[in-house]
Design a protein around this ligand. Structure first.
Ligand code: PHE
Length: 522
């Protein structure tokens, strides 16, 4: 119990010693209402007092209302100026009474205090009663105003404001005493033996007091947002791709995506290369990875059924297809026509996007081509200048839809539906360039919470140069898109510096106290 509350408790008991009942607003106008309530509850739980609660309104003057009490109403000032002058040209009124001129002249005429005489004003009466000033004075003195119509009128004119006040009527309870008697908090063996427990004054339980805060685990905001994204994808029938490989070969990260070996994205300043080991073997079947794929495939089978018995994946043919499509052109494309280097292709990188994983998954789909919807949410790495909104690693959300004769319009329609669930409507698409998609579109959305347009993703229709080497049929169109988890999370939790969200400077209190996420409510 705080000293303040003990003090208020005693003051209440003192007051009841001299008065049968009282109103807290008149007896203790300066003590905050929550302190009074705490003290009253403490006493009421011991039946020492009884109280009832009244909600009421207290009126007070706005600065304009106070000016009227001190100087008179606008109409009074106008009448006073005209009366003193005997006759006042209307054009001189502004310099005579300032801001009061406009409202004041109208009201003074309506009250028949002044009248027009050509282009001038003359007084119509010799003395006036400034009712507005008198009524506002009354508000100042009593914090109230009887006439409800006047009250509404003054509120509308912003001369008075009402604040809600809670007061309590307090009276003695059956166990009233001048002081809280000493209370016993523990029942001891001695008390039982001596029989003292029968008459002891036990402290009552406070069933309303809050328990001590517990230390418990909490999900990181990025994880909460990730869960939201996963739920949206699952609700739409998407299947999660296994994405455990942070280290990839250039083959999957770039070449399989028709990114030429001279592309600037492959430069050291954009991509992290592994030094030991620096290169990998050529792609081949990996039983552990295939087992993860089997789990994923089981999901698709459930939704779409299998159409063909599974054949072992042919990595050799795929490798040769990639070489051909880059070096000489193939599948109806003239290719890039440069000497394609196997060594460059086998260099190990920290994956720069989860699209590396997507081509690996699509290679598996090519064994048994059929409509499929995949997604993944996992970490990617870019050798970027680190600043308030960028780190060298972030989490990418990736969605992929494979469907015969899928159109660009279908993809755009899907994105509109998808982003609507994040509270982002009115999408705009801007033509962009990715080596692996054509057409490619940056996605912009109007964010309701932020009230502005923001870039929220990249998308496109995968090129035949990427899909046909995989062995996918020509009519199976594949649409893909990607965005970061960090961006919507920073928006959602109003974090402006990424270091407050990720890394060693993150405050645990921020993690523990954050609300559950609902992306559509901002
Ligand atoms: N890989 C792209 C990126 O990193 C996202 C994307 C995925 C674009 C699939 C098109 C298709 O921004």
């Amino acid at each position: 119990l705080q000293d303040g509350t003990r003090d208020v408790t005693q003051q209440i008991l003192d007051r009841l010693d001299s008065k049968a009942s009282f109103l807290t607003s008149t007896e203790f106008p300066d003590i905050p209402q929550n302190e009074i309530k705490a003290a009253l509850d403490r006493l009421a739980s011991r039946a020492m007092v009884q109280y009832t609660t009244q909600d009421s309104e207290r009126l007070s003057l706005t600065p304009e209302g106070s000016t009227i009490v001190n100087e008179g109403s606008h109409e009074y000032k106008v009448w006073d100026a005209v009366h003193k002058a005997g006759k006042l040209e209307m054009k001189d009124l502004l310099s005579a009474v300032g801001d009061s001129a406009k409202v004041g002249q109208g009201n003074a005429m309506k009250n028949k205090w002044i009248k027009k005489d050509g282009s001038a004003l003359v007084p119509a009466v010799d003395s006036v009663e400034d009712a507005t000033r008198i009524q506002l004075q009354q508000v100042q003195d009593t914090q109230a105003l009887k006439d409800p119509k006047l009250q509404a009128d003054y509120k509308k004119r912003k001369l008075i404001v009402a604040t809600k006040v809670i007061t309590y009527t307090v009276e003695k309870g059956p166990k009233y005493a001048k002081e809280i008697p000493v209370e016993v908090t523990d029942l001891t063996a001695d008390m039982l033996a001596s029989g003292e427990w029968k008459t002891a004054n036990f402290k009552p339980y406070n069933f309303k007091s809050l328990g001590a805060t517990q230390n418990a685990g909490a999900l990181h905001p990025l994880n909460k947002v990730r869960k939201e994204f996963r739920d949206i994808f699952f609700n739409l029938g998407f299947i999660e791709m296994p994405t455990s490989r942070y280290v990839e070969t250039g083959f999957w990260n770039f070449d399989s995506l028709y990114v030429p070996q001279q592309h600037p994205a492959r430069d050291l300043q954009d991509t992290f290369y592994i030094s030991d080991p620096a290169v990998a073997d050529k792609p081949r079947a990996d039983p552990e990875a295939e087992a993860q794929m089997d789990i994923m495939e089981a999901g698709i089978n459930k939704l779409h059924g299998t159409t063909k018995p599974k054949e072992p994946r042919d990595y050799e043919a795929y490798w040769e297809n990639i070489r051909k499509v880059h070096e000489n052109g193939a599948f109806g494309s003239i290719g890039y026509r440069y000497p394609w280097s196997e060594k460059e292709c086998l260099r190990l990188v920290l994956r720069t996007h989860t699209t590396a994983n997507t081509s690996w998954v699509l290679h598996r789909l090519a064994q048994d081509p059929r409509p499929a919807k995949y997604f993944s949410i996992d970490r990617v790495f870019r050798n970027e200048t680190v600043d308030a909104t960028h780190l060298a690693e972030f989490h990418q959300v990736e969605g992929v839809i494979a469907e015969p004769n899928l159109t660009l319009g279908d993809g755009m329609g899907f994105l509109e539906y998808f982003y609507a669930q994040l509270g982002i409507g009115n999408l705009r698409f801007k033509p962009a360039y990715n080596p692996y998609t054509e057409p490619s579109m940056e996605i912009f959305g109007y964010h309701i919470g932020l009230k502005k347009w923001i870039e929220i993703g990249n998308s496109g229709v995968f090129r035949p140069e990427m899909l046909e080497p995989l062995g996918l049929p020509k009519d199976l169109r594949v649409f893909g898109f990607g965005l970061s988890v960090e961006r919507p999370t920073m928006i959602k939790y109003k974090v402006d510096n990424i270091r407050d969200l990720v890394g060693h400077k993150v405050s645990l209190d921020f993690i523990e106290s954050n609300a559950a996420v609902r992306l559509d409510k901002n």
